[in-house]
Design a protein. Sequence first.
Length: 200
Amino acid sequence: VKTSNDSRVILITGGSSGFGAVCVNYLASRGHSVYGTSRRVEFPANEDSLHTQLIIPMDVCETASVEAAVAFILEREGRLDVLVNNAGIGYAGSIEETSIQEGKAQLETNFFGVHRVCRSVLPVMRKQGSGLIVNISSIGGLITIPFQGFYCASKYALEALTESLRMEVKPFGIQVTLIEPVDFKTGFTAHRVFAAESQK
């Protein structure tokens, strides 16, 4: 992402806390038009207001929600230069104690959520002939952590998806990259969901 004399329109999922909030604030301070997302907000009433950053509603598990957020940005900006797929959740518990439903919920957000947002923005970026997609993975996508098997599985899957996507969209001028953070002091761990059976 270039500096403020070459402003970009940036979408950051999960932009209300943790890494996402830091990215929203930093990139906005550099002069970019930044849209973070959260499941707990509404679209601003005054759509013509000037801004360098906004938090808009998006649930990456709902196609209609994703499409509405992308449409909102395109109506205001006419383009979308950068997507940062940061939204995610963490389930903890042994494999034995994790239900099928809990495992699916983990993958729905961390893997299919990324796929859902990419599907929504890629036609825009292909038409522009440019774009950057940044997928936030984890050290858990490289090294498996006990009692976080499904979280790691979601990140391993994201790694594979990203590698394939990078090759598929390169001819269209779109770049795709991975970031694999280690453990940082954010609110993510405090919001981790524990498998129900592990709490009995």
